[in-house]
Design a binder for this molecule. Sequence first.
Ligand code: MN
Length: 242
Amino acid sequence: MPPETLFISDLHLSASRPETTRRFLTFLDTRAKAAERLYILGDLFDAYIGDDDNSSPNREVKFALKRLVESGTLVYFQHGNRDFLVGEGFSRETGASLLGDFAIIDLYGVPAVVTHGDLLCTDDVQYQAARIRVRSSEWKQNALSKPLFLRQWYARWYRFKSGLDKGKKTTEIMDANPEAVIDTLRDHGISILIHGHTHRPAVHELNVDGKPAKRFVLAEWKSKGQALNWNSNGQWFIEEIT
Ligand code: MN
């Protein structure tokens, strides 16, 4: 088998979704070990309140990632809007490398840009403003300085509130903005974009200034998981993870 790179996102792991956690742990201990690289493009966790939270499933997930890295698979993690507090501690504990919001990667000679996807949803002005606020180092330091039990309480409140807000927004506003997608590809001079976040899995054929481009949107893990597999022969497949 040629070397392979796998991409996943939006698992939204939490104590209330034990099935998804089990599926992911099995994936890490079996399928992912056969891959050369694994990219996790954000929202691995449904709520992440700091590297010091070792409650389930965080603890099991960190151990399984460590086993995978030790087996020789390179693991990369990009922040999602739900788990942007994943920090250096997580990276140290697991051996996964943290990537910036837009990362240029090499797919066996082909450059691609990977991102969680929330930054592409530029129509959601309210979200983008809140994002700037909570991603500042002051906000993060202040949040992480709170006792763990307070952060747990806040996370529960936030998930409840975000569920309410989502119901009020139109589906267009929650999707990637077509111009933001084209700008991202043009700015990086790249013809492959891979992201998650919108939970609208697809492979979009695009045209950037007369040149063909592709946008891969990864699926959310629900009753099944999904991974994009890209191999060194330049072939790609969408794999179902059961
Ligand atoms: Mn997201």
